[in-house]
Design a protein around this ligand. Structure first.
Ligand SMILES: [Zn+2]
Length: 329
């Protein structure tokens, strides 16, 4: 469905984190000899993460995120290593989470939406730490590399928070090339989790519903979204979230596309919902504002020409593409 959806919109599918060319070879993760052979290959590379932030090599023309495995130890001790997969030519790509001490946190002006931590690798002016959102928004790396980093970031975030067994509290250890943690005390196995989020555009004829949270960049309106709960279908979650946040009832719900979203480890499930009521009752805790926008108004926001200077979500986000797909019919 993803392919058809993005081709039908006439837009590249290269929005943030949705392009990942790696063959995950998930059936080979228990094969120690296979993994050892991959580590010995000349074309093996690693993506580095420290304090959940990508570590990049500075280059005259931008950044290079791919490290030789032999370069990693000189930067810092490894906390967790994982095999992300094999590239199109078979080159293995690993992810390495460095111990926090490898970088220094110099300042933190983060505001809950933008990551404004300033971090440096001491004595390594050739390295830069750039937060994942900035890499995606500014297109600092090729879409394929952004997709791989999304995979690495979500996986490492899980490792950092699952050092102890959720069943018995004992320390867990890494297994399956970084794709499982095992508890030797109670024998429980733990697997990396992905948190599903529904993100949807409610539409009624030539109008669509957009809202904004207080933490959004100024003047930006976006699709409503919320976490899917246990025992809930995607369709029911879409209807529930729209009703809770905006008081609008919806009928038919159609899935359009999905996007991995490593903040910290979600999958955004993009849908269109047919609204059956019009009167808004806004949940002031969740939203600062929500309102109906005409197709023309939404088109002007996407084009950056809205008369009131309102903004559509950034093209790195699936919300932009849901809105665009509807605007373009
Ligand atoms: Zn246990």
């Amino acid at each position: 469905m993803n392919e058809a959806f993005f081709e039908s919109t006439g837009r590249p599918r290269h929005f943030g984190f949705a392009v990942n060319p790696l063959d995950r070879v998930s059936d080979r993760r228990e094969d120690a000899a296979f993994l050892e052979a991959l580590r010995g290959r000349d074309d093996a590379r690693a993506l580095l993460i420290c304090r959940d932030t990508p570590v990049l090599k500075r280059r005259a023309d931008g950044y290079d995120p791919l490290f030789l495995l032999g370069e990693v130890d000189a930067i810092g001790a490894t906390r967790v290593g994982a095999l992300l997969g094999l590239g199109p030519a078979g080159a293995p790509v690993f992810a390495t989470l460095l111990e926090d001490g490898a970088v220094e946190l110099r300042a933190d002006g983060s505001d809950g939406f933008l990551d404004r931590r300033v971090m440096v690798a001491p004595g390594r002016a050739d390295l830069a730490l750039v937060d994942m959102r900035s890499i995606a928004v500014q297109g600092l790396l090729a879409p394929e590399l952004i997709g791989m980093f999304g995979q690495a970031k979500a996986l490492m975030h899980w490792h950092v928070r699952h050092g102890h067994c959720a069943n018995c509290g004992a320390a867990t250890r890494v297994a399956a090339a970084g794709w499982r943690r095992e508890c030797d005390s109670c024998k429980a196995q733990h697997f990396p989790r992905t948190d599903p989020v529904v993100i949807m555009l409610a539409v009624d004829g030539d109008n669509c519903l957009l809202g904004r949270q207080a933490r959004f960049p100024k003047a930006m309106y976006s699709c409503l979204a919320g976490f899917l709960e246990p025992g809930e279908t995607i369709e029911d979650a879409v209807r529930r979230e729209i009703f809770e946040e905006a008081g609008i009832l919806c009928g038919d719900v159609a899935y359009l596309a999905s996007q991995p979203w490593p903040f910290p480890a979600s999958l955004m499930i993009g849908c269109l919902a047919q609204a059956t009521t019009r009167a808004l009752t806004i949940d002031a805790v969740e939203l600062e504002d929500a309102r109906w926008f005409s197709r023309e108004e939404a088109a002007s926001m996407l084009a950056g020409r809205h008369p009131g200077k309102l903004l559509a979500p950034h093209p790195m986000a699936i919300a932009n593409h849901l809105l665009r797909a509807w605007v373009e019919g």
